[in-house]
Ligand binder design. Sequence first.
Ligand SMILES: Nc1nc2c(c(=O)[nH]1)N[C@H]1C(S)=C(S)[C@@H](COP(=O)(O)O)O[C@H]1N2
Ligand SMILES: [Mo]
Length: 300
Amino acid sequence: MRRLTWSDVTPKPLWLNRRQLIAGAAALAATPAMARIEAAPSKYSTGDAPNSLEDITTYNNFYEFGTGKSDPSDYAGSLTVDPWSVVIDGMVDRPGTYDLADLVKGQPLEERIYRFRCVEAWAMVIPWIGFELAGLLNRVGVQSDAKFVAFETLLRPEEMPGQASPFIDWPYREGLRLDEAMHPLTILATGLYGEAMPKPNGAPIRLVVPWKYGFKSIKSIVRISLVDKMPQTTWNMLQPNEYGFYSNVNPAVDHPRWSQASERRIGAGLFGGRQDTLMFNGYEAEVASLYAGQDLKVDY
Ligand SMILES: Nc1nc2c(c(=O)[nH]1)N[C@H]1C(S)=C(S)[C@@H](COP(=O)(O)O)O[C@H]1N2
Ligand SMILES: [Mo]
C-alpha cells in the first residue's frame, strides 16, 4: 500500500513547465473534464516515507554548480530551463533534436516514490514524477546493433559556475546497458513532489535509476545516444578504481575508501538514521536477473 504523502495533501498544478503547459493547452481544450493533469501513482513506489521537500532540494550533488551540498540550491537559480531540447542520436530510427514538450508528449507520467542511495553512503526517499525511459526509446526506435545508452548533461559555463573547474572533463556523462535502460524501474523524471523539477535536482529532465548509486542518475540531460560500445562515464573517467560502469548498490563491494555496508538516511536525525544497505538498494527482486552470470565484484 502506498502511504499518504505530502503530494496527496498539496495542490499539484505545475509539474510541467510553462512551454509544456502551452503545448498541452490544445489537448486540454478538447477535453475540458481534464482541467488538471496529474501523475498516476505507481506500483513501483516504495512504502517508505519521503524526505521533506526541503531536504530533497537543499542537500544535493550537482557539480556543475559546485561541489558543496548547498551549492546547487544556492547557485542553480540562474539556469535557463526553458526552452530546452534533447538530441537523440546514434543507432535509432528517428534521430533528432526533440523539444522537451515533444519529448514527453504521450509518455504516461507516474509518481514514483523511490529509495535513492548516494555512493557517499547517504540515502533519501524521493517522490519523483516521470515516465519510463523505455517508452521514449521505443518511440524513437532502437536499432538492433545498439547495446548501450549514453547520456550528457548541458554544457553552459555561463550559467553553471562549477564548469569553470577543470576537475571534471565536462559535460557530465553517464551510461547504461540497453537492458538496464529498458527496465521499467528506469525513469526520466520531469518533476518531484507534484511540481516541475527543482533546478538543484536536475531541471527540467533527469535520469533516475533507483538500484544504482546516485551518480548514475544524470541531471539536466541534453543528449541521449544509442551506441554499440560501453560509453565513457564521468566518475569512471575520474577514478576508475573507485567507480565502475555498473555502480549497482552493493553492500558487499566497498568503495576503496569507505564501507558500503550501511547508510545514513538524510533527515532522520543525528541518532536515528543509520541502516543496513540493501543489495540493489532494495530493488533486488526486480533487477537481480539483469546481472545473472556476472561477477559483481569484477563488474562493480
Ligand atoms: N549532471 C550531473 N548529474 C548528477 C550529478 C552531477 O554532479 N552532475 N551528481 C550525481 C550524484 S553524485 C548524485 S548523488 C545525484 C544527486 O541527485 P539529487 O541531488 O537530486 O538527490 O545526482 C547525480 N547526477
Ligand atoms: Mo552521489
